[in-house]
Design a protein around this ligand. Structure first.
Ligand code: SF4
Length: 473
């Protein structure tokens, strides 16, 4: 294993940024390593030096422009990338250049808000961040589309997280638990969600917030028993489905806990968008990843959803599931596209530490995954969909991205609000996040609710108070 010890003279932490670059060359941090990576900033330039024993290599001096936030970090990354390229002789794949954050769209929006002409954006991102031109163009198009869909910056999104699922998917690192089978436990949990909703209702009224989207996700909210699910829907709809709400989404992702009755409940309470997710249409993969349903179950769930009054159906797919070849994924893509969902979200496999499959070797190479993702984009375009949001994650196969596609007019408002972090989002329930953008529209006040359900329920009052304070000027 290749390791390095980092030494730097910066007055802020660059460990993560350096590590992201070093990981491209399969280097891991180790404070006892004999290989030393030294990063030096002299007030205007960054330089990196790498040495081990007699072998020494250094980057050129990367000049940092003054007065731009994040500029020194950008220059550190470029210097580290250069020194490692020289030291190893390797040229790593950089599908997203040196952009390593979850939300590349945030940078693009920031540049456009700062007065950059949209047509200048792709070249700027290539020059400064080594971002391939076609991805810069994609970001430009997504930013323009998002501003059309959601021009009102004060539109608020509300998220309710139900942290239960019928079984645990082996690729999942989300802290959801298996849904308790007894109704009493489910109702008890819902008592806390109701309390949480009530404190958000007060917040909305106190600050005259304009709520534009309501999203019930998780986990899998439809894993609750019908009676409990109906109570959740009634409470959310009665208290939060305000006249200003333009979109009401329920994550009904798992076909193994979807039913005609739950669909009827969602229709009755005005749900306008649901997710029904196959992830793959291969039963052997579904078994491998711990989902207790078959492709046929997905088709059944999709069919009844398509016949309902719910206007928008989203389907999620994952590229890179264990044992799947490019041909397997293309089959799923083609078959799902034939159903003509209004939204399609193509994920790239991400195995974080909490996932059972963490550490396992992917079946697809990074290049194959990239090719399949391009085919996904083509399949979406062939049905008239456009990409409208994207995000990336650490540990993602091939450092690629997840992309949401939508038919014009069906783009999810909540997904844009959540991903671009330019709108207020209020989180209810364990693991949810409340984000309140500051005046500049690019920095946030934030509160993450605890992942642990007991910690959430035991501290709900204090947490609600902390959330309230985020809204104080
Ligand atoms: S359904 Fe979603 S949240 Fe639940 S275990 Fe599977 S991937 Fe995780």
């Amino acid at each position: 294993m290749k390791t390095y010890k980092l030494i730097h003279n910066l007055d802020f932490d660059v460990t993560r940024s350096v590590h992201d670059m070093a990981a491209l060359f399969a280097y891991s941090p180790d404070r006892d390593s004999d290989t030393v990576l030294k990063v030096h900033y002299d007030g205007s330039c960054c330089q990196a030096v790498l040495y081990t024993g007699e072998k020494v290599q250094q980057s050129g001096a990367v000049t940092c422009a003054a007065g731009i936030s994040g500029e020194i970090t950008r220059c550190v990354k470029l210097a580290v990338l250069e020194v490692l390229t020289r030291f190893t002789g390797e040229q790593p794949r950089l599908p997203w250049g040196i952009l390593t954050g979850v939300r590349p769209g945030k940078l693009a929006h920031k540049l456009l808000d700062g007065g950059m002409e949209p047509d200048q954006l792709p070249q700027y991102l290539l020059d400064k961040y080594l971002l391939p031109l076609q991805r810069g163009k994609l970001l430009k198009e997504i930013c323009i589309l998002q501003d059309k869909v959601l021009p009102y910056r004060k539109a608020v999104g509300i998220y309710i997280g139900i942290p239960y699922c019928p079984s645990k998917c082996t690729y999942c690192s989300f802290p959801s638990g298996i849904v308790p089978q007894d109704e009493e436990s489910q109702q008890n949990f819902l008592n806390f969600i109701e309390q949480d909703i009530d404190s958000v209702v007060k917040l909305i009224s106190m600050h005259s917030l304009n709520v534009s989207s309501l999203y019930i996700g998780g986990g899998t909210p439809t894993s609750l028993k019908e009676k409990v699910f109906a109570r959740l829907m009634q409470c959310a709809a009665k208290k939060l489905f305000l006249p200003s709400v333009r979109e009401f989404t329920v994550e009904a992702g798992r076909p193994d806990c979807f039913s005609a009755e739950k669909l009827r409940i969602m229709e009755d309470f005005g749900v306008s968008r649901i997710s029904v997710n196959p992830q793959t249409l291969h039963d052997r993969t579904l078994r491998l990843i711990g989902r207790k349903h078959t492709a046929a179950d997905f088709y059944r769930a999709y069919e009844i959803a398509a016949q309902s009054s719910i206007a928008v159906i989203n389907t999620d797919l994952i590229v890179g599931l264990p044992g799947e070849t490019a041909a397997d994924i293309e089959y799923t893509l083609t078959e799902v596209a034939k159903l003509r969902p209004q939204n399609l979200t193509v994920h790239t496999l991400t195995l974080k530490k909490g996932a059972e499959l963490f550490g396992s070797r992917p079946t697809l190479s990074a290049l194959e995954a990239e090719t399949v993702l391009d085919k996904g984009a083509q399949a979406a375009a062939a049905t008239g969909m456009r990409p409208y949001y994207l995000y990336r994650q650490h540990y993602m196969l091939g450092q690629l991205a997840n992309t949401g596609y939508a038919l014009p007019g069906t783009e999810s408002i909540y997904n844009i609000q959540m991903m671009e972090e330019r709108h207020t989002v209020i989180g209810i329930g364990p693991s949810s996040a409340t984000k309140v953008p500051l005046q500049d529209g690019h920095h946030l006040r934030k509160l993450n609710m605890p992942k642990n359900i007991a910690t959430y329920t035991e501290n709900l009052q204090q947490l609600a108070e902390k959330r309230r304070k985020l809204f104080e000027k």
